[in-house]
Design a protein around this ligand. Structure first.
Ligand code: GUN
Length: 282
């Protein structure tokens, strides 16, 4: 079984990006900038944002975090986003999710300029992805895609089963798999026989947030399994896949932690650099 090393691949990608930023700096005398907005004090969000800031600085990006208490009103956040949209030193804007209940996610996402939307969540970028046009692609699915292509460069005709249908993961990943000419099934909590769907898959991408849901006897021999889940349990952090069982049948599997997670941040940096490069052309 191939243990897919997300840490190593993320480090390789970040090294490439660092070189690229150095080249852009030489050529244009400026560097891409990433601004993250963090609202409230949820512990996981704080950790994610700190890691994003640290990684951005490591590859040479200009990195800024703007923090608001969870009592901030929506208008203040939208005004700040509009200010960042106009700021030429800001190439990418990310508002960390989840948001407090009184702030409308759709208003926030639609206010971010689609040209600075490094999360790929703006409807224009969602449309671009589903049309096969250029635009930002959500970071986690993009990371899964890189890991998958490294194991299997030719995905044509493969049966891919996506577990989960969120905007951040499932729907975007399904589009990427479709572009690779996979036959894609999107499953979710109301799917009738999930085990049966999984058992026919050449590729499984699990992003449902249910600890160790995918068992060994759900997986076809030599399938490739990508585990997006990060679930806190009494036994520590586990994925959506039962690692011990599935590692006995799969051809390749991502560990949790150390699989998809590290790739997400590297892809965020990549998206920021791509936004910067497109801003030079337009
Ligand atoms: N919260 C958890 N994952 C993500 C992500 O990829 N983007 C944003 N904006 N918030 C998140």
């Amino acid at each position: 079984m191939i243990l897919i090393d997300g840490k190593k691949q993320s480090a390789e990608l970040r090294e490439e990006l660092k070189q690229e930023v150095e080249g852009l700096k030489q050529k244009h005398n400026k560097v891409p900038g990433l601004t993250v907005i963090l609202i409230g004090d949820l512990a996981p969000s704080q950790i994610y944002v700190r890691n994003k800031e640290k990684s951005a600085k490591q590859v040479g990006l200009k990195s800024e975090v703007i923090k608001y208490p969870d009592t901030v009103d929506e208008k203040t956040v939208l005004n700040k986003i509009e200010e960042l949209n106009k700021d030429e030193t800001v190439s990418g804007i990310l508002v960390q999710l989840p948001l407090p209940k009184h702030i409308n996610k759709q208003h926030v996402i639609e206010t971010i300029s689609p040209h600075k939307d490094v999360d790929g969540l703006h409807p224009m970028n969602v449309g671009n992805l589903s049309s096969g046009y250029q635009g930002s692609i959500p970071c986690t699915p993009l990371g899964c895609y890189y890991l998958l292509k490294k194991i299997e460069p030719n995905l044509t005709g493969k049966k891919a089963v996506m577990i989960g249908r969120s905007n951040l993961n499932g729907k975007a990943m399904a589009q990427l798999l479709l572009q690779e000419d996979c036959t894609v099934t999107i499953t979710h909590s109301k799917t009738k026989d999930l085990q049966h769907e999984c058992s026919e898959a050449d590729v499984i991408v699990a992003a449902v947030g249910i600890p160790e849901l995918i068992k060994g006897d759900w997986v076809k021999k030599d399938a490739i399994v990508i585990d997006v889940g990060i679930n806190k349990t009494e036994n520590g952090i586990v994925g959506d896949v039962n690692f011990e069982e599935v590692s006995k049948v799969a051809k390749a599997l991502t560990p949790v932690p150390g699989g998809v997670g590290p790739m997400t941040i590297a892809c965020l940096l990549k998206n920021t650099i791509e936004c910067f490069k497109r801003s030079l052309i337009n």
